[in-house]
Design a protein around this ligand. Structure first.
Ligand SMILES: [Fe+2]
Length: 251
């Protein structure tokens, strides 16, 4: 009887995936490619037919809703959700959400989720041997102000392994959701940290094949945002339309 493990196709190596990334470099647009072979699961789950058009008003009958009164300002501080202080480098992350002409996108719901400082999510799908932090859940939200600005306090997430290929590691990142004025407008993307050595190895970031377009997802370290004895500071702006539009995960 054949050993089932022997029938399995060889697990791709990082070197093989890196070579695929290099071969596809610069081949796409400013937004992530939905069928990007180095990102294995994108091949099976991206739409192969035209999307079904939904009536936006009809969707709103069933979609989640929120009001400004539902969002408490303390939800923007991910470091005070438990009795103790989470482990890790504490950060202030702030920025502005605007349209392509620089007009503020005011009073919008921004939601964030992230791994803890050790690179572990509180999720049953994440069982790799890094520690959970009892003082860190990794989820928060806030509303943009009248000038489109948001601000979070959190800890720097660690890189983490994932199952795309052998020894695949994601660069440190924070997931962002921008709700829009109705659920069908929701946009989801990721913010990265400058100088991360894992950038060239990551098929998710590299699915945006333009180097300058990838840079739109990388925050800037801003020393003016640091708070003495408390936190370092990063600035990351989001542009919703136009040629400088921030790459988003397309549905
Ligand atoms: Fe993630």
């Amino acid at each position: 009887m054949t050993d089932p493990a022997r029938r399995r196709p060889a697990e791709p190596s990082q070197a093989g995936v890196t070579a695929e990334i290099a071969a596809l470099g610069g081949s796409g647009g400013a937004q992530p490619r939905m069928d990007y072979p180095p990102y294995r699961s994108s091949l099976l789950r991206h739409p192969s037919k035209a999307l079904q058009q939904a009536d936006p008003e009809g969707v709103e009958w069933f979609a989640p809703m929120f009001g400004a009164q539902d969002v408490n300002p303390i939800e923007a501080d991910l470091t005070i959700q438990h009795r103790g202080v989470p482990i890790g480098e504490r950060l202030t992350v702030t920025g502005r959400v605007s349209d392509g002409d620089g007009r503020p996108v005011a009073h919008q719901l921004l939601e964030v989720w992230q791994a803890n400082a050790a690179g572990r999510y509180i999720h049953q799908g994440d069982q790799h041997p890094a520690p959970l932090d009892p003082n860190f859940t990794g989820a928060g939200r806030c509303l943009t102000d009248s000038d489109g600005c948001y601000r979070f306090t959190t800890v720097k997430p660690g890189p983490y392994p994932w199952g795309n290929h052998r020894n695949a590691w994601r660069p440190a990142h924070i997931h962002f959701s921008l709700f829009g004025s109705a659920f069908p407008q929701r946009l989801v993307t990721q913010m990265y940290f400058p100088g991360d050595p894992l950038f060239p190895y990551d098929p998710i970031l590299q699915a945006i094949t333009g180097a300058r377009d990838r840079e739109r997802l990388i925050a800037t370290y801003d020393h003016d945002l640091t708070i003495p004895q408390i936190s370092t500071g990063y600035r990351w702006d989001v542009v919703l339309t136009g040629p400088r539009r921030t790459p988003t995960e397309q549905s």
